[in-house]
Design a protein around this ligand. Structure first.
Ligand SMILES: *Cc1c(COP(=O)(O)O)cnc(C)c1O
Length: 400
């Protein structure tokens, strides 16, 4: 049967109908282990009772009224997010790209208020910020941009994890107003920068009066073993964007701002019909409560380390495994060769993984994954990598 869905995704040949924790079942009732969490969305796993209960109860009361009126749950959620992050206020959106759009608008208006004509934002090579026109223009991947020119202006690009390059860009372009960066690049290949990278960016932004804007859409909500990844660094940005795991599957995004960035957008400057509606906020409040109640953020550190160590044990002698990188439950296994095929091969073994930047296997397991599931993940993936790289190994030269 021909599909009537626009072919924007190359989909794998499986359809899931229900889940529980780190397990998913397809329409033939076969069970799969989920080590991707719907791309860092279902941090509490599938069908978490707290989220289920919150959205059921809320849907019986009120789904939506618009932002023309007060929304009590939005106030509550903003209180908790600012308290947990140290930021001052929040704009709620429905997705990550929209949260970044809000950040970009803040940066531009911040520039105009300082009489900077063409406010320009420093962005990174291999970054990913979304698929809207402004966010794909900010994204450092020509495949994302190809076919959609003209791009939105006002971005200059520098290599990731390169502080001198940011200094040079600031010296060269007189109209820089902000730096937009992921604390760890997700789509770009699980790229973890130097431990003091964010501290250096913070100092540089302070020195030049720039806004430090962190895209924590993938790294946030406990994923890396802190509520937000920047909390590993003892710094605080001026703007921080969230989405993905904030609603555990219920669409919600957030742009958090602080200090001079918090009052740039005024009435009439920005908006969203759905943004922060009671249903989405009820889910997010349940997520925040559950992270604390089940101590999931601390567990992200321990479980991530357990997975990384387990994989290292098996793979350390495999010359095709270049590096195993991780922070909490954000893991990348880089091979010396393209390995996109591994996604289908893993699926055949009933394991959901992802490959990004061609050579890096990306794991984003739900934070609720249990010990037994972790062992299954390690064993299945390690075997798969051994088989895959063994096949590709050039035969030893025979001497006569
Ligand atoms: C997923 C992602 C986005 C885009 O979020 P959408 O909800 O798909 O718009 C932006 N930035 C980062 C770092 C992401 O991982």
């Amino acid at each position: 049967m021909t599909s009537h869905i626009m072919p924007t995704y190359q989909r794998l040949p499986v359809t899931f109908v229900r889940g529980e924790g780190a397990w998913l079942w397809n329409d033939h009732n076969d069970r799969y282990l989920d080590a991707l969490s719907g791309i860092a969305v279902c941090n509490l796993g599938h069908a978490h009772p707290a989220v289920h209960q919150a959205i059921c109860q809320q849907s019986a009361k009120l789904l939506h009224t618009s932002n023309l009126y007060g929304v009590a749950l939005q106030e509550q959620l903003a209180n908790q997010l600012t308290e947990k992050s140290g930021m001052d206020n929040v704009f709620f959106s429905n997705s990550g790209a929209e949260a970044n759009e809000a950040a970009i608008k803040i940066a531009r208006k911040y520039g105009h208020e300082r009489r900077i004509d063409k406010p320009t934002i420093i962005v990174m090579e291999k970054s990913f910020h979304g698929r809207t026109l402004a966010t794909l223009s900010a994204t450092g991947n020509s495949k994302v941009q190809y076919g959609f020119e003209p791009l939105v202006e006002g971005f200059v690009r520098v290599p990731y994890n390169d502080i001198p390059a940011i200094h040079q860009a600031v010296a060269k372009h007189k109209n820089i107003v902000a730096v937009l960066v992921e604390p760890i690049q997700g789509e770009g290949g699980v790229n973890i920068p130097a431990p003091d990278y964010l501290n250096q960016i913070r100092a540089l932004c302070d020195e030049h009066g720039l806004l430090m804007m962190l895209d924590e859409i993938q790294t946030g909500i406990g994923r890396t073993g802190k509520f937000l990844c920047f909390q590993h660094n003892d710094i605080i940005p001026d703007v921080c964007t969230l989405a993905k795991a904030l609603g555990n599957g219920v669409p919600i995004g957030a742009c958090l701002a602080r200090g001079k960035a918090a009052h740039i957008l005024a009435a009439g400057n920005h908006g969203s019909t759905f943004g922060g509606n009671p249903l989405a906020c009820s889910a997010a409040l349940a997520v925040l409560a559950t992270l604390d109640e089940e101590n999931l953020i601390e567990q992200a550190c321990e479980k991530g380390e357990q997975i990384a160590k387990g994989l290292t044990r098996t793979l350390k002698t495999n010359p095709h495994v270049m590096e195993i990188r991780y922070k909490g439950m954000m893991l990348g296994v880089e091979l010396d060769q393209p390995c996109a095929e591994l996604v289908s091969l893993a699926l055949k073994k009933h394991l959901l993984i992802n490959v990004t930047n061609e050579k890096t296997i990306r794991l984003l397991p739900p934070l609720v994954i249990n010990d037994k599931q972790i062992q299954t993940l390690i064993n299945t993936l390690a075997t798969l990598i051994q088989e895959f790289t063994h096949q590709s190994r050039t035969p030893p030269t025979t001497t006569s």
